[in-house]
Design a binder for this molecule. Structure first.
Ligand SMILES: [Zn+2]
Ligand SMILES: [Zn+2]
Length: 280
């Protein structure tokens, strides 16, 4: 009887996740840069847009996310290059507002972490009326929090290791975990190994009670061939690995860190590579 009550509660409590589509392969920019826009736009669904910076703009080719709530829209990162981003973001916000018959939501700029390939265009947005910067949201090093966008709540999860200021966002509506440079198909640069091990363990626990549709990071450096990465600095990357990972990759990461037992080592796994890196 108790089990039945529990099951009934569970099914009521779990609204279906908002679905979306990811491309099998992303444009990377090039090989002919004169023909490439600085950003490729992908509509995951009508309320979530993924922007990929072209390799012609900057070899890091980071991904940016534009996440719409009813009151606020969050731009997660501003990229690595210098070209104009404001007109593109303004256009997407205006289109969203028109399509959904809603007033334009307020723009909030947030970041996955403090590295320069993720906030290069902040200055373009600074000082603009109505634009708000989330900063580090006053998080303790291993503290959690929430951002409310209006009928859309993002859980905020501090993840020191790659960067002391690294933050992961969990979108309750789509089940997407925005993992920044902490875990993605590429080189996982780990500056503070012990902190990264702790963070990964906490993230495994955090995701154990939540539905995770995708882990979406901010770079692709892995080829579509298992265990093979593109060399550092590659601008044009045909036949890349997909952007998305799943929670199983997180468990694989945790198992590998446990196997290494506190000893930093470079290890190539099927879909990403561990790269210990000394703090400069
Ligand atoms: Zn980084
Ligand atoms: Zn990065």
């Amino acid at each position: 009887m108790h089990v039945l009550i529990l099951l009934a509660w569970f099914f009521q409590a779990s609204e279906p996740l908002e679905t979306g589509r990811l491309p099998r392969e992303w444009p990377t920019g090039g090989p002919r840069c004169m023909e490439s826009p600085d950003f490729f736009i992908h509509e995951y669904n009508p309320h979530l847009f993924i922007l990929r910076e072209s390799g012609c703009s900057h070899y890091e080719k980071p991904f940016l996310y534009l996440i719409f709530g009813q009151e606020r829209v969050m731009l997660l990162d501003t990229g690595a290059g210098k070209s104009e981003l404001v007109p593109l973001v303004d256009r997407l916000i205006a289109q969203w507002s028109e399509r959904h018959g809603r007033p334009k939501p307020k723009l909030m700029i947030a970041h996955t972490h403090s590295h320069s390939d993720h906030h290069a265009r902040d200055a373009q947005f600074a000082g603009r009326a109505g634009v708000e910067f989330a900063g580090t949201l006053g998080l303790a090093p291993e503290g959690d929090g929430q951002v409310e966008l209006g009928e859309r709540t993002l859980d905020v999860f501090a993840m020191p290791g790659h960067d002391t200021a690294a933050i992961i966002y969990y979108d309750r509506r789509t089940g997407i975990l925005f993992t920044g440079d902490n875990i993605y198909p590429g080189r996982l640069y780990i500056r503070d190994w012990a902190a990264y091990v702790r963070s990964t363990r906490r993230l495994v626990d955090f995701t154990a009670t939540r539905r995770v549709s995708h882990l979406l990071g901010n770079h692709i450096e892995q080829t579509a061939t298992p265990y093979v990465e593109f060399p550092v600095g590659t601008k044009y990357q045909p036949e890349e690995h997909g952007l998305e990972l799943g929670r199983a990759h997180l468990l694989e990461l945790q198992a590998e860190l446990a196997r290494l037992n506190g000893k930093p080592a470079r290890v190539a796994l099927r879909d990403f590579t561990l790269y210990p890196k000394a703090v400069k």
